[in-house]
Structures are given as C-alpha cells and as structure tokens.
Design a protein around this ligand. Structure first.
Ligand SMILES: NC(=O)c1ccc[n+]([C@@H]2O[C@H](COP(=O)([O-])OP(=O)(O)OC[C@H]3O[C@@H](n4cnc5c(N)ncnc54)[C@H](OP(=O)(O)O)[C@@H]3O)[C@@H](O)[C@H]2O)c1
Length: 359
C-alpha cells in the first residue's frame, strides 16, 4: 500500500539488489532518507529479520533470485534507478557448491567465479529490459577491477575481481549500449570489517600481547578502505547525482597502507602491534580455509602491482566534492573506532592449545 501511495506521489523508484546485505543495506537506507525516492528492497527471503528491518523503515520488499532473470525483470519494473551488488563468497563457501565444484573437478574459487559471472549477467540482461524507465544515470553497479587485464595477464585467477569486471562494465558495454550509457561503475575498497573473514591474519595475538598483521602485501602499498555499512550508501547516493558513464572508488578518505591500518588499530585500543609481509603461500596455509587464504592472498599481491584498483583512474569522494556534491566518508580511524574490539583483544594467543587454525 505504501508503495502505491509513493508511486502516486511521483516519487522515483530505486530498486536495490542485495538490500539485506552490507553494501545494499547501506544504499537502501541512504536513499530511504530522501523523500524524493521510494526504495524497493530485493531479497530471496522477505521474512528474514534483515528484510523485516527494511520493511519497518517503510521500504517495499520484493522477491527475486539472481539465478532467475525473469524474477529480476519483475522487480525492476518501473525502476528509475537500480543498484546492483553480487556476492562472490556465498557460492564459494556453501557446502552444496563445494560438493558441486568437486564433482565438476574445479576449485571452489573458480566455481564461485562462474556463479557470480552468471548472476551478474542475469542482472545486466534484466536491467536492459527496463532501460527506458531508468534515469540518465540510473544503473549503479558495484564492481572491481579486472585483474587479468589490468596486470597484462600476470594475475590470471583473481576470481572475485574478474567475474564482476567481465560483466560490469565489459558485457554491458559490448551488449547493451543504451544501458551502458546509463551506467556508473562503483569499485569498493577493502571493507574495514573484513578482519572477521581472516581474523588470524589481521590479528595474530602473541604471548607478549602484541598483535601482528600478516599479509602478502608490501608495507608501502596504499589501498582504499571502506566502512561499507556506514559509507557505501552515502557514496552511491552521491554518485547518483553525477552524469553517467564514470567509474569510482568508494573509499574512506585516503588510500592507506596495512601497517597504517594495524597501527591505527593499536593506537585506538592501546595494544602493541606490528606488520609482517608474508608470502602468498603463508596466508594460504595459515588461513582457516586454504582456498579463502589463496583468493585473498592473490588480491593482496595484486594490490602491490598494478594496484587494488588495477591502476585505473577512478573518481573518489574528493572528486565528487569538487563537483559540488556532498560525499561524507569516515576516515580509517573513525571507522575502526565504530567497532567493538573486545573479542579481538581478549582472544587467546594464536598457538595456544585448542585454538583453531586461522582464528
Ligand atoms: N570484504 C571486502 O573487503 C570486500 C571489498 C570489496 C568488495 N567486496 C565484494 O562485496 C561483495 C559482497 O557484498 P556485501 O558484503 O554487501 O554482501 P552481503 O552482506 O553478504 O549481502 C549479500 C546480499 O546479496 C543478496 N543475494 C545473494 N545471493 C543472491 C541471489 N542469488 N539472489 C538474490 N539476492 C542474493 C543477499 O540477499 P538475501 O540473502 O536476503 O536474499 C544479500 O542481501 C562480494 O562480492 C565481495 O567480493 C568485498
């Protein structure tokens, strides 16, 4: 009923994929604050607690599956703006997907790439069907750089980058010029919450109380960082006010090194810290999941050269501000200060008896 009233009131419709997740949730919440928009939040399960939270904020819930192009076309109906985000890691970790990958004789890394690429293509195909209703800058897509191309073929299997980039923008540019003309590509920096994925590599706790960060990434390499829950929404909202056809890096303030990351955390918590550059194989072997360790380790080496952004010229928050658009972003320090570090500080020493690998 709310959606019908909003439509009658002439509000613009933004359809948010991944609305129950980090990126999409932040985007949906930001647009919901603007009375000129109504938000259609897309999920596979409108009964979930996260979906219900969005409904309580006045958003319309709609059901679709990235595997089902017809369901996507249905939720895109009447859209002025679409925000797209895909999730590489679901198919990477799901036990049924791991079993299917093993049966097919491919790694879970490659399997998840095939899934993400297929789902992204479905999203592009469905968006192309509603291109006429979209605003001039109405197709806002979350993506990453193409590691294979950006590195001149040196990085052949950074799967969670290439699967995104092969569709956004490559397939869209090649297949749907009218949709490409309405697209903005938004790359996202390292999430400042990603320590949850690899706790032992972000924070190896030693007996003397020191916390060591261990990454295969040069200590001088600067990478973008993003408080995804706080800042993805404001960034995408700012991008929506730009002309189409540009590519961006959503990042909290300046690019920073990982020694600066762990140093900022140490300053915040009062804990002694250090940074150690390790090899790809070290991260792979030390992670709780070897394939996860490998995929992330390759990304960290790619961040050294040609760079996390592939060496692309991407517009940043400061460029949006120069264009006169408000684009508030937290600094790395502010983002770290928003998190509760009690569990990290109190975790057991990394090699104490009974501590699982990579914890
Ligand atoms: N971690 C990092 O540092 C980092 C940095 C840059 C980029 N990324 C990228 O960020 C992406 C993950 O974003 P996120 O953290 O926002 O994800 P997330 O919090 O896990 O949320 C995933 C969202 O996608 C939806 N979804 C997943 N599969 C779907 C399907 N088949 N059909 C319909 N909806 C589906 C989920 O909706 P329902 O479950 O409600 O259906 C959920 O809303 C990954 O691809 C990753 O590569 C991560």
């Amino acid at each position: 009923m709310a959606a019908t009233n909003d439509a009658a009131a002439g509000k613009k419709l933004i359809v948010v994929l991944g609305a129950t997740g980090n990126q999409g949730g932040s985007v949906a919440r930001r647009f919901a604050q603007d009375p000129r928009y109504r938000v259609r939040a897309v999920t596979r399960d409108p009964t979930s607690a996260k979906a219900q939270e969005l409904a309580k904020l006045g958003m319309e819930l709609a059901t679709a599956d990235f595997e089902d192009v017809e369901s996507l076309k249905a939720v895109f109906a009447g859209a002025n703006v679409i925000f797209s985000n895909t999730q590489y890691w679901e198919a990477f970790f799901r036990p049924d997907c791991r079993a299917d990958a093993a049966a097919k004789g491919i790694s879970c890394r490659e399997y998840a790439y095939i899934v993400e690429r297929r789902q992204s293509k479905n999203i592009a195909d469905a968006a192309a069907a509603v291109v006429d209703t979209l605003d001039d800058n109405g197709f806002l897509v979350s993506t990453l750089s193409h590691a294979g191309k950006s590195s001149g073929g040196r990085f052949k299997d950074l799967y969670h980058f290439d699967g995104k980039a092969e569709i956004f923008p490559d397939y869209v540019n090649d297949t749907y010029p009218a949709l490409a003309a309405k697209m903005s590509c938004i790359h996202t920096g390292y999430f400042t919450i990603s320590h949850h994925i690899l706790p032992g590599s972000y924070f190896r706790k030693h007996e003397d109380g020191t916390f060591e960060m261990r990454f295969p990434c040069k200590p001088t390499t600067r990478v973008p960082h993003l408080d995804v829950n706080h800042d993805a929404g404001p960034f995408v909202y700012a991008v929506s006010q730009m002309p189409p056809g540009k590519a961006y890096m959503a990042s909290s303030g300046d690019y920073r090194t990982f020694p600066e990351w762990i140093g900022a955390w140490g300053k915040l918590t009062g804990m002694p810290t250090r940074y150690t550059e390790v090899e790809v194989e070290d991260l792979q072997n030390e992670a709780h999941d070897e394939m996860l360790g490998l995929e992330v380790a390759i990304m960290l080496r790619y961040s050294d050269d040609p760079g996390y952004d592939g060496g692309m010229e991407l517009l940043k928050a400061e460029d949006l501000r120069k264009a006169g658009i408000d684009c508030p972003m937290l600094t790395l320090e502010e983002s770290l200060a928003r998190q509760d570090w009690t569990a990290v500080i109190n975790k057991p020493v990394w090699n104490a008896p009974g501590v699982p690998k990579g914890a």
